[in-house]
Ligand binder design. Structure first.
Ligand code: ARG
Ligand code: ZN
Length: 849
């Protein structure tokens, strides 16, 4: 156990820092084990602050010297930072520290990755670089000088002087320290160029390790599309002469929006048809857009404190989703996002880690970069837009940028902008930010004499620390279909504000079928007793693509629940309805592939639990297998036809049209494999010239138990490419039979290419175990034990990634007493580890409850 329990900090305790900063000058003298950082910071007292303590954060720093106004001083040091006596007038702080980037395995602050220097400062990494008020409301212009022998030496902003052994940078835009970045190494650039709408010429670069230069073209195009889109849709222009992106192999997260110098996990920027799947391309495009969009929503307007994280993240996720919808297919993007929201955010909201979109306390902020802050945060923006309407939304955003440019803002500021621009009172809407938990929406209906009434009842189950949940305002998008399938009421947004509320529709010729929560207009769980016939009717006729998909999903889920709970046979209503959708060539192939997807094991487990049944992971897996087999049989004529019809001719393009066709053809391949034992999959594997085709075939072969040759061939072909080898690791774990999952993962951790120092590889192996429910929750407990062994080993090296992966256990209270005991033993084993990190301590303590 730790000697001191880390204390939470609270939103309500916010106070401004006692000093403002006019300028920051940093000089780095690079050396892998002993980098020197000299700082020269011009402070002055903050007239708005009452607390004048001069405290600078600092962790793992060796202080060489410190001075105030040229006078050497001896500050009071703790393991958190230092305090000193500061004059009540403007003064200059100077310090020199030494740090050891080579020993930094936490990948926070300045660290080395493959011999290259790089940084990650969000949220609180800058304090591992030098002493500084490391909080987002302290903003300053930075000037940086890098001294070293590296070929390329980059920092934020525009380039200044450079020469043999040094490079200087100046960032004119005041920024908080979390947006600082430095990169130095043997890098090659893929150049590009963009002219902004007002005529500013911007030089663009994607910097990569030698050998990766052939994987930058797609990212560069995505960057240019993002820059243009933000001008066209939000009127936001780029504000420096240069925009750099760097790819780094060892990175805890996806990417980081440092001003003018975005740093990416290489898996989130490098792309080529041979090595990346269609899904990878779409994700890379979205992440490049996300980080670029942060330049306005995050950098120009930042957060006052880390409780406001959703201010930049929710909004920026919302913006990148709009971008993807515009560039690709809006319905497909919406369905994909809702699948992910349910899988990650609903899961979080239902368990011991549930927290509000704007949390009120935390121990370690890195533990709050969550699906709730990001994805539910984005849903709140979408609801706000639905409630005020498109025109008022963009008017409010214009006011936000005008009023708060240069500010470190709050959710109150954000909502006030909407209130001022629209005249609406948003106090009830604010509950979405403060109240955790996924609301349930119960629906009943009534029809008589041409009048149809929908009655809704909202309720939200208690979450840790929040028992009572008053009603929220909910935009419920509804349409009505007549008996012949025609739409008799176009989509209308009902605004629910009370616990129970009814809405009527008049002048109807017959009882309609309602299509409720169209486009998933609010992140809720809809509870409506609905017949198979109604679901099949909506699947066939709904004009709202999301609800059309949702009807098919609900039909599949009802059938699966009956199979698991009552031993029912596969539902023929589902099989017929889904076959009709698959066959319907008027529908987008990408949509059809999504409609043919099945609810996840985890989704079924939660649904069983909510319905009072303790989920048995093996029974869930068996039911899915049985249904898949029955479906393959049911579609045995259609599948080969679809497979042939949707083969893509000509050059590979990662666009929506081609990827949709490949996705449907690969879905058909999955069906075919269940009947031919892998013959077609082997042919596709052998002929594949792109990773989408190759990986889909590889996955089918593994599933069919025919993967042995492909496992060897895949490794031989790709052993030089770490990102492809990550797929090789994860696919073997994910496709293992449940009683083999832990053993496969265990064997892979013994492979020469396994390393726990690389988060991508660790996640590809142990993360894949955690994401394979039947294998992870196998009754033997082997999955729990293996994951725990590795989390305990990783924690001293990389607390952030360890803590994040502890969420594998967040669903443990759903399961039977035997599994709960096994998990409790592992959680206690983690908590009993000496010197456990603050990150992991907080996570496991919250999960343990
Ligand atoms: N701001 C980054 C992004 O969403 C993520 C940084 C996450 N950092 C962390 N320490 N959790 O684009
Ligand atoms: Zn972000």
């Amino acid at each position: 156990m730790r000697e001191t329990t880390p204390q939470p900090i609270y939103l309500k305790d916010y106070t401004p820092f006692g000093y403002l900063i006019d300028s920051v000058d940093l000089t780095f003298t690079l050396s892998p084990e002993a980098t020197r950082v000299r700082s020269r910071i011009a402070f002055r007292p903050n007239p708005d602050a009452s607390d004048t303590t001069f405290f600078l954060h600092g962790e793992n720093l060796k202080l060489i010297s410190a001075a105030i106004d040229g006078q050497s001083i001896t500050p009071k040091l703790t393991d958190q930072g230092l305090t000193a006596d500061a004059p009540n007038a403007p003064f200059v702080w100077e310090a020199e520290v030494e740090i050891n980037p080579a020993a930094n395995t936490a990948l926070e602050g300045l660290y080395m990755s493959n011999g290259m220097y790089c940084t990650q400062c969000e949220a609180e990494g800058f304090r591992k670089i030098t002493y500084y008020p490391d909080r987002p409301d302290v903003m300053a212009p930075f000037t940086v000088r890098i001294e070293g022998a590296e070929k390329v030496m980059l920092s934020n902003g525009n380039p200044g002087a450079s020469g043999e052994g040094f490079a200087e940078w100046h960032d004119p835009w005041p920024k908080p320290a979390y947006l600082f970045a430095l990169v130095a190494g043997d890098l090659i650039n893929h150049p590009g160029q963009f002219t902004t709408k007002s005529g500013r010429e911007v030089e663009l670069n994607i910097w990569v390790r030698p050998g990766d230069e052939g994987k930058c073209a797609f990212g560069m195009e995505a960057l240019k599309h993002s820059m243009k889109w933000d001008e066209d849709v939000y009127g936001r222009e780029y504000d420096l002469d240069l925009f750099n992106i760097v790819a780094v192999d060892d990175f805890n997260m996806g990417a980081m929006e440092n001003k003018g110098l975005n740093i990416f996990n290489s898996s989130c920027v490098l792309a080529s048809p041979e090595t990346s799947t269609d899904g990878n391309f779409e994700r890379i495009e979205a992440i490049i857009a996300h980080e670029y969009f942060h330049n306005w929503t995050g950098n120009r307007i930042t957060c006052r404190d880390w409780f406001q994280l959703c201010l930049k993240e929710g909004l920026t996720v919302y913006r990148d989703a709009q971008f993807t919808s515009d560039l690709r297919s809006a319905p497909v993007k919406r369905i994909e996002d809702v699948i992910a929201l349910r899988a990650r955010q609903f899961r979080e909201d239902n368990g011991p880690l549930a927290h509000p979109v704007r949390p009120e306390s935390f121990v370690e902020i890195n533990n709050f970069y969550t699906a709730t802050v990001y994805e539910k945060g984005a849903e709140l923006i979408g609801m706000l837009k639905t409630l005020v309407g498109d025109a008022a939304y963009y008017k409010s955003l214009d006011l936000y940028f005008e009023r708060h440019d240069g500010d470190a803002a709050t959710i109150e500021d954000w909502l006030k902008v909407f209130e001022d621009a629209t005249g609406r009172d948003l106090s009830q809407f604010k509950r979405w930010y403060s109240d955790a938990g996924t609301p349930r929406l119960k629906v009943s209906d009534d029809y008589s004499d041409g009048t149809y009434t929908l009655t809704f009842r909202q309720s939200t189950p208690p979450t840790p620390g929040q028992d009572e949940k008053p009603p929220r305002v909910i935009p419920i998008a509804v349409g009505l279909l007549g008996p012949n399938g025609d739409e008799v009421q176009a989509t209308q947004v009902l605004e629910m504000t009370e616990e129970e509320q009814s809405f009527t529709f008049t002048g109807l010729a017959a009882k309609p079928t309602p299509s409720i929560l169209r486009d998933f207009s609010a992140p809720m769980i809809l509870q409506r007793d609905s017949s198979n016939a109604e679901r099949a009717f909506l699947l066939a006729h709904d004009t709202d693509p999301f609800n059309k998909w949702e009807a098919g999903r609900a039909l599949a889920k009802d059938g699966l629940i009956a199979m698991i709970r009552e031993g029912a046979s596969p539902d023929s209503a589902y099989l017929d309805a889904i076959t009709a959708v698959a066959r319907d060539d008027t529908l987008d192939p990408a949509f059809r592939a999504l409609a043919m997807g099945l609810p996840s094991q985890d989704d079924l487990a939660q649904t069983l639990f909510d319905g009072g049944t303790t989920p048995n992971p093996q029974a869930i897996w068996d039911a899915l297998e049985t249904l898949r087999q029955a479906r393959a049989q049911h579609m045995q004529d259609l599948a080969p036809r679809l497979y042939a019809q949707y083969q893509v001719e000509g050059d590979y393009q990662p666009d929506a049209a081609q990827s949709g066709a490949r996705s449907l053809a690969n879905t058909a391949l999955g069906l075919i494999t269940r009947l031919d034992g892998g013959a077609q999959a082997q042919r596709q594997y052998d002929a594949a010239d792109n990773m989408t085709q190759q990986l889909a075939a590889f996955c089918c072969l593994l599933q069919a138990g025919k993967g042995e040759a492909a496992i060897a061939a895949f490794y031989d072909q790709w052993q030089h490419d770490r990102l492809v080898i990550d797929k090789w690791f994860s696919m073997q774990v994910v496709q293992a039979a449940p009683d083999q999952t832990a053993a496969v993962a265990d064997a892979l951790t013994q492979h020469a290419d396994f390393t726990m120092k690389n988060p991508n590889r660790f996640r590809a192996t142990l993360g894949a175990l955690a994401m394979s429910p039947a294998g992870f929750h196998h009754a033997s407990g082997a999955g729990y034990e293996l994951l725990t062994d590795w989390l305990i080993q990783l924690d001293p090296l990389n607390p952030q990634t360890t803590a994040r992966m502890c969420s594998a256990f967040e669903t443990w209270k759903r399961y039977d007493a035997a599994r709960q005991d096994l998990i409790a033993t592992q959680l206690d084993r983690i908590l009993a580890t000496p010197n456990l990190s603050r990150d992991t301590t907080e996570m496991v303590t919250r999960i343990r409850g």
